[in-house]
Every structure is written in C-alpha cells, then in structure tokens.
Design a protein around this ligand. Structure first.
Ligand code: FAM
Length: 436
C-alpha cells in the first residue's frame, strides 16, 4: 500500500512513543526564558511551539522535513509528462510522512485528490449566493466552514471514537479538504471576476494544479508549472505564523479540520500576513508610472529613497526570521529566468534585487535588507494574466492548506492538548517587575 495513510499507520505509533518518552523523562526541563517583552510583544521568537513539518534557519533558509526547500523542489517527482516542477501533492506526502515520495507515491496522492475533489452542492450554492462585494478571502473562510458538514472527524467523535484514532478521520478530512479547495477557490474567482463563468468539473487527466488552473480559465502549461511551484513554496513556514498557529489553536479544541482551516484563512486575510504580495505590486505599479519600465539605477535609488522618506517601508524586503535573500524569492526568480526573462516586471524585480539592499543597508537598522517571497510572486502571476490582486491571498491560502493540514494530522496523532496559555494584567506585570 503506497498511500499516506498506510505510511502514517506505521509511523505514528513509533513517534507517539518517542513523544511520550520525552514528556515523561524530560517534561520539566527548560528551553527558554519568558521576558516581559515576550508577554507584551506578541511572543516574537519565543521558543514555545512544536513543529515537525518545517523549520527556518535565519542564515540557511527554509527546510521541509529537514531538507532545504531548493532540494525539495529539485527532488519532488515530476508527475505529468512535460512538466518541469514537482507537485504540491508530492509536497503534502513529504510533509505528512517525513519522506520524499517516489513517483508512484506522489501520483497516488494526485489520483486520490481527483477522486475526492467533488464539492457538495450546498457549498457551491452558498458560494454562489454571496455578493461580489464579499472579499474573496471572506468567501473562502465561509466556504471552508460550511464544508464542516462533511467532516468524518465529527462523525467519528460523535460515535465515541477513542483519542488514539482521531488522526485517522482528521487525515480523511484533510485529504478531502485539499482535494476540494481548487474547485472552491476557482468558483470564488469566477463568481467575483468572471460573472460566474468557467467549469467546476475535475478532470482525471490533470493533477491538482492543472485542474485549478483549468477552472480559473488559465490552462497554459507554463502557468500550471508556476502554480505547482507557487503551491510548494507557500505551503509551510513552521507553526508560529498566524495562519499555521490559528489552525493549530482552533484544532486543539477538537474543532474539525474544515473549521480549523477556515480560522487559519481568517488570519491569512490580514494585511500583516497574506496581503504583502499585493502591496509589492501596488508599489511597482507606482514606480513604473513615475519613472517608466527601464529607469536608470539613479532613478530607481531616488524612488526607493522617496518611499523611505515618505515614512513607508519597501514592500517585499526584510523578514522577521531570515537574514539573507528568501529562498522562495530565488526559486521564483529561477523560474522567471527560464520562462519569461524578458517580461518588463520580471526584469525590474531582478534589477531591484541588487539595488534595494544597497539602499536599505545604509539605514543601519534593517535586520534583513534582502527580498522575501512576496517581492516576486506578483509579477509572475501578472505575466500569466492572473491580474486580480484581490484574489492573490486565496492562492496563498490554497497552498497553505498543504502545510497546516499536515501539521494538524500530526497534532492529533501525537495527542496535542488544548492550548491554554496564562495571561496577566498590566498591574500583575508591574508586580513581577518590582519583585524581580
Ligand atoms: N523597508 C524599510 N524599512 C524596513 C524594512 C523595509 N523593507 N524592513 C525593516 N525595516 C525597518 C523596520 O521598519 C524597523 O524600523 P523602526 O525601528 O524604525 O521601526 C527596522 O527596520 C528594524 O526592523 P527589522 O527587525 O528589520 O524587521 P522586523 O522583524 O521588525 O519586521 C518585516 C519584518 C517583514 C515586517 C519588515 O521587514 C517589513 O516591514 N518589510 C516590508 C513589508 C513586507 O515585505 N512584508 C512581508 C513579509 C513576508 F515575509 C511575509 O511574512 N509575508
């Protein structure tokens, strides 16, 4: 049996034992200190969470299951003929099982997602009933919450399932949700931007990304490859970011994966999280309007200076953890160099990669003057005619499902308890300070 479920059924008892061993033998050892800043400063950097699927190293970059993201991209099996990228389905296999899938294993996830992809009519009717003014992200949150009626976990829980088998129905729900997301997300796109046109039928000839692009009305092969890459790059980013933490927190109350993912998307919709790529495009558009498509280096530097003098940050640059160019930026740029290096937006983004860090370094305060993932994605989507900025976060959301659902399966597999940190009032904090 090549399925993820068979792999997990073998691996989970071993991991559970290891986990319990750590808890019993070392549960009271200390990992870090909690400062007042941690309590009032958004818990930034506090070593507080558990995450098996991915990790960040400030200098080395992003790892999925201990493997550098660029190696993940290079090694994921190519499933469709002629494709140059691995599949997000293979990435889900890697994140859940911890092993790089063989070609047949990645293919099996693809065919399972094709089989599980039909969205129930009540959900599509709900999406169709929404006014176009409802933001695509709000529609995505609503649609995923509505799918909770499908939950196998709720069914199992109501029948009195034991904790030890929760992961099995969480796995079923996660697979079903991943499978349905392209249809849900494309229906939202077509309703809001294309007057409800477009197909909702999943084709067995296509993989997950191919079906998504077809349903978006953008079936170009190179674009499908871009979406495969995009989905892999945005999938997972440890468990402390808002979208991953929201789904973990809500899932810890034993809310089902549809509700947990809906909560995750409510967080991704915020301008400090999933909206930054949009801001990059707005900034680039202003830049091109002000100084044209082929400005001189000096004109670029002046435009960047003016942005900073206006009290704004340069969008797409800097990172809370990474201290070098974001590997996701580099991988997108490599894609762009292969497929569309003459695109005016791509050329500009590539030139700015050299120029913006020089300017930011001079400020002497920016911890990371190099580009992050958001500095690149917008111009690539524009190149392939996905032009509606308001939709970009939905694309990010579809991708993020892969990481947060892989994390959710493991949270239930390892019996992670309900989250309940202690809170303090300002006067209690003042008392601590006096006593310290
Ligand atoms: N342009 C101008 N100034 C910047 C800057 C940028 N791109 N990035 C950081 N700084 C400033 C920052 O505002 C702060 O200044 P003050 O002390 O005057 O407040 C100083 O440099 C130190 O900040 P930091 O320690 O380097 O960054 P933080 O960890 O506080 O914040 C970011 C990280 C990403 C929020 C920040 O770099 C930023 O605002 N970047 C631009 C917006 C952006 O691209 N966001 C998307 C991030 C992306 F990775 C994601 O999560 N989706």
């Amino acid at each position: 049996d090549k399925s993820i479920k068979a792999k997990l059924a073998k691996k989970i008892p071993e991991e559970r034992e290891k986990f319990l061993g750590i808890k019993c033998l070392h549960g009271d050892k200390t990992i870090g200190r909690i400062s007042v800043n941690s309590v009032i400063g958004g818990m930034r950097g506090l070593p507080l969470l558990f995450c098996e699927t991915s990790s960040l190293d400030k200098n080395k970059g992003i790892f999925y299951r201990g493997m550098l993201l660029k190696d993940v991209c290079a090694k994921l099996p190519r499933v469709r003929k002629g494709t140059q990228e691995g599949t997000p389905e293979g990435c889900f296999y890697l994140l859940t099982t911890g092993q790089m899938p063989k070609k047949e294993e990645a293919e099996q996830v693809t065919s399972e997602w094709v089989k599980r992809g039909n969205v129930p009519r009540y959900c599509l009717r709900m999406i169709d009933s929404l006014d176009k003014r409802v933001h695509p992200m709000a529609q995505l949150c609503a649609a995923c919450a509505c799918l909770s009626a499908q939950s196998k976990f709720v069914e199992a829980y109501n029948k009195g399932a034991k904790r030890g088998v929760y992961w099995e129905s969480i796995y079923e729900d996660s697979m079903n949700l991943c499978a349905m997301l392209p249809t849900v997300a494309a229906a939202i796109y077509n309703n809001v931007f294309k007057d409800g046109e477009g197909t909702r039928e999943i084709s067995e000839e296509q993989d997950w990304s191919g079906n998504y692009c077809r349903m978006l009305g953008l079936p170009d092969e190179a674009f499908i490859d871009l979406i495969r890459l995009y989905m892999i790059l945005h999938a997972d980013h440890e468990s402390g970011n808002v979208s991953a933490h929201a789904s973990h927190l809500v899932g810890s109350a034993l809310s089902d994966p549809f509700l947990s993912f809906s909560a995750s998307m409510c967080g991704l919709a915020g301008p400090l999280h999933g909206l930054a790529n949009q801001e990059v495009l707005v900034w680039l558009t202003k830049l091109r309007k002000a100084i044209g498509d082929e400005p001189t280096d000096d004109e670029l530097k002046k435009f960047i200076d003016d942005t900073l003098k206006g009290g704004q940050v340069v969008p797409g640059y800097g990172h809370a953890v990474l201290r070098d160019t974001d590997p996701r930026f580099i991988l997108q740029n490599e894609f762009a160099m292969k497929h569309c290096k003459d695109d005016a937006g791509v050329k500009l983004v590539t030139r700015l990669w050299k120029i913006i860090p020089e300017v930011l370094k001079k400020l002497n305060k920016v911890a990371n003057p190099y580009p992050n993932v958001d500095a690149h994605s917008g111009v690539l989507l524009q190149h392939y005619c996905l032009k509606e900025l308001n939709y970009y976060t939905v694309l990010f959301g579809v991708s993020r499902a892969i990481g947060v659902l892989a994390q959710l399966i493991w949270s239930r597999a390892l019996g992670a308890p309900i989250e309940r940190p202690k809170s303090f009032s300002s006067s209690e904090i003042c008392r601590f300070i006096k006593e310290a």
